[in-house]
Write a protein that binds this ligand. Structure first.
Ligand code: AMP
Length: 277
């Protein structure tokens, strides 16, 4: 496994890489969710690359950039074990050198949900993913359904700018108790786990209500909110039931829908989602 810190060295490696070439973009502190992307990339491609970059431009000034968990040595060991060939792990100044002054911004689909709650977040994501796709030039790029809106935003970016990668979406990996794996779970205090479980439990509740033919979105989201707020230290940022393609909010669930939510447990903000049906 080759670990590369500069764009120019990556370009050299990319030119001689056997195709197809897969890319798994990450912010590091890798868990089984990331590893399922890496394993799928290993199965699909002759060469597998992964990036580890905590992208400063997708964090607002009040967010957790400085505290974001990091473990470069542990991450490299995991990627090596998964059979990754190339790791791109640039310093911030390699990605954003002095004078850097370009932003890549997707429109409507990036303005909703996470975009509305975290202004500027997706501009940072799409700017860095656009750069990663043009530096690495993968045939396939792997993202997790855990960040459902991010997948839609990246697909829009990739299509609109002809970036030429196939965007592959991998199902959410969960702990045995249902909590979706996330690097941010590391921030949860002892005793907050039960509260954090309300995310997946409320999504299960939505699925059950939908299965028993309750199609009124407000009714479902109200019950989800009750369940979440019944545990201490929870605060709902949003609960959304939207068209799975456009993310337009639904009154009646009369088409494939995405149920997504963001909840604070103390000061840890977690997101999760499920598709209906
Ligand atoms: P991150 O390091 O949080 O930026 O995540 C890197 C990639 O891993 C993104 O495409 C995420 O959607 C994906 N990912 C994160 N958590 C999970 C999970 N629990 N299951 C599947 N994919 C995940």
């Amino acid at each position: 496994m080759q670990v590369i810190e500069t764009v120019s060295e990556f370009r050299v490696a990319e030119r001689s890489a056997a195709r197809p070439l897969g890319l798994v973009p990450t912010m590091g502190y890798l868990h089984e969710g990331h590893m399922s992307l890496a394993r799928r990339a290993r199965a699909d491609n002759a060469t597998v690359s992964a990036s580890i970059f905590v992208n400063p431009t997708q964090f607002a000034p009040n967010e957790d950039l400085a505290a974001y968990p990091r473990d470069m040595d542990g991450d490299l060991a995991k990627l090596e074990e998964a059979g990754v060939d190339l790791v791109f792990a640039p310093a911030p100044q390699e990605v954003y050198p002095a004078g850097f002054d370009t932003r890549v911004e997707v429109g409507e689909i990036a303005a909703k949900l996470e975009g509305a709650s975290r202004p500027g977040h997706f501009r940072g994501v799409t700017t860095v993913v656009c750069k990663l796709l043009t530096i690495v030039r993968p045939d396939k790029v792997y993202f997790g359904q855990k960040d459902a809106q991010q997948c839609l935003v990246i697909k829009r970016l990739n299509a609109d700018l002809n970036l030429g990668a196939e965007v592959v979406v991998i199902p959410t990996i969960r702990d045995s108790d249902g909590l979706a794996l996330s690097s941010r779970n590391a921030y949860l205090r002892d005793g907050d786990r039960e509260s954090a479980l309300t995310l997946s439990r409320s999504l299960n509740l939505a699925r059950e209500m939908h299965q028993s033919e309750i199609l009124n979105a407000k009714k479902i989201s109200a019950q989800m909110r009750n369940l979440i707020e019944s545990e201490p230290r929870t605060s709902v940022d949003y609960i959304s039931i939207s068209d799975a393609e456009t993310l337009d909010e639904l009154d009646i669930i009369d088409r494939p829908a995405l149920v997504s939510l963001a909840v604070r447990i103390g000061d840890v903000r977690l997101i999760d989602n499920t598709l209906l049906p």
